[in-house]
Design a protein. Structure first.
Ligand code: SF4
Ligand code: MG
Length: 321
C-alpha cells in the first residue's frame, strides 16, 4: 500500500559551523514498506522523528529527499490539487483530541466536515453517515449536538476517530492516539482502534513511545533513534529476540507486572544526543555498551537478515553485519 524510499526531512538551522549550514536531520534515509491491512508501529523516545515521518507521509510539509509511493504511484511531487483525492484515503489521528476539534463546532458539524469537502452526498445521506460512524465508534445519537467541552477525553478521541474514518480511508496514521488520555480509558480506545482495523481491513501506522501499547496492537515494529530506523521486525521477533542494543535497552526498561519477576534492566548511559550535533559513525555509539572504534567512525546501514526460520528482519548495527 505504501512504500517509503530513502526519505529525508531536514530542517535548516541558521547557525553556521565552519562556514557550513547546519541542518537537523529529523528524518534520515528511511526505507519502509507498509502492506494493506497491516499495523506497523513506529517507536522511539521523543524527538526521534516518528511524528515527523508521519507528517512526511501525509505530505503535510516539503520533503528533503527520497520517494513516497501510494498504491505504487509516486506521490512525492504531487501538488496539493493532485493530493486532494488522496487526502480521503490517508488520514491522521493526533494525540490531543481537544486540540484537534474546533471548540465552537458541535460533533455533527465536525464529523460531517470531510463529507462537505467531498461534495458527494445529500444532506440526509450525510447525517445518516455521521450517525452510522458515531455508532461504530461507540457514541449514540445524543452526541450529535454536543460540543467538545461537554465530553470526556475518551469521547472526544472517539469523535476524532469517527471524523477520520467517515470517508473510508485506507491508511490511518495514529500519532500517539491514547497518550493524552486517562490511563483508565486508554485500553478502551486501543481496543476500538483494533476492532475498527479488523472490521474495515484498515492499514495503520501507529506512532508511540510506549512499547507495551505497540506490542499489543502492531504486527511489525520499526524502532527509531535520531531520525533513523535502528531495527525493523515482526512483533514476535522484536519482543522475543531484540537484536539492536538500543531495542534491548528500551525493552528492558518496560516494567514487568509481576513484582517478583526479575528482569535485568539495561540502563542507557547518557542522554539522547542533540540532533544539532549528532554523533559521528553509528548514531547510538555514544550510549552503546558494545561500541567499538569502527562504530565511532562509520555508520552502519539498515541491513536485512534472514533468521533460522527464514523470516526477514532488518537491523542497523555492526554486531550483525
Ligand atoms: Fe552499538 Fe556499534 Fe551496533 Fe552502533 S553499530 S549499536 S555503536 S555495536
Ligand atoms: Mg511526536
Amino acid at each position: 500500500l505504501l512504500e517509503i524510499r530513502n526519505v529525508k526531512k531536514y530542517y535548516p538551522v541558521k547557525k553556521v559551523r565552519n562556514g557550513e549550514d547546519i541542518s537537523v536531520k529529523a528524518v534520515d534515509q528511511i526505507d519502509l514498506t507498509v502492506n494493506q491491512g497491516e499495523i506497523v508501529g513506529l517507536v522511539g523516545e521523543s524527538g526521534c522523528g516518528k511524528s515527523t515521518l508521519g507528517k512526511t507521509i501525509l505530505k503535510l510539509h516539503d520533503i528533503t529527499g527520497g520517494q513516497i509511493l501510494f498504491h505504487g504511484e509516486d506521490i512525492t511531487n504531487y501538488t496539493e490539487k493532485q493530493m486532494r483525492p488522496l487526502r480521503e484515503k490517508i488520514q491522521i489521528i493526533f494525540q490531543d483530541p481537544y486540540a484537534s476539534l474546533n471548540p465552537k463546532k458541535k460533533v455533527v458539524q465536525s464529523v460531517m466536515t470531510p463529507l462537505d469537502v467531498s461534495g458527494k452526498y445529500t444532506k440526509e445521506e450525510k447525517l445518516k453517515k455521521v450517525i452510522d460512524i458515531l455508532n461504530e465508534v461507540g457514541l449514540s445519537e445524543k452526541f450529535l449536538e454536543k460540543y467538545p467541552h461537554e465530553m470526556s477525553g475518551g469521547q472526544r478521541q472517539r469523535v476524532v476517530i469517527a471524523r477520520a474514518l467517515i470517508n473510508d480511508p485506507e491508511l490511518v496514521i495514529c500519532d500517539e492516539p491514547v497518550s493524552a488520555l486517562d490511563v483508565s480509558v486508554r485500553s478502551q480506545v486501543l481496543n476500538l482502534l483494533k476492532d475498527l482495523q479488523k472490521e474495515r481491513n484498515l492499514t495503520y501506522i501507529f506512532i508511540s513511545h510506549d512499547l507495551s501499547v505497540v506490542e499489543y496492537l502492531c504486527d511489525r515494529v520499526a524502532v527509531m533513534y535520531l531520525g533513523r530506523i535502528m531495527e525493523l521486525a515482526d512483533k514476535k521477533q522484536l519482543y522475543g529476540n531484540p537484536l539492536h542494543p538500543y531495542t534491548r535497552a528500551l525493552l528492558s526498561a518496560i516494567p514487568v507486572p509481576d513484582i517478583h519477576a526479575k528482569k535485568d534492566e539495561i540502563i542507557l548511559q547518557g542522554e539522547v544526543p542533540s540532533p544539532l550535533n549528532p554523533p559521528k559513525g553509528c548514531l547510538f555509539s555514544t550510549r552503546c555498551a558494545y561500541a567499538t572504534e569502527r562504530c565511532h567512525k562509520e555508520a552502519p546501514k539498515l541491513v536485512e537478515l534472514t533468521d533460522e526460520n527464514g523470516a526477514k528482519r532488518s537491523v542497523s548495527c555492526f554486531l550483525y553485519h
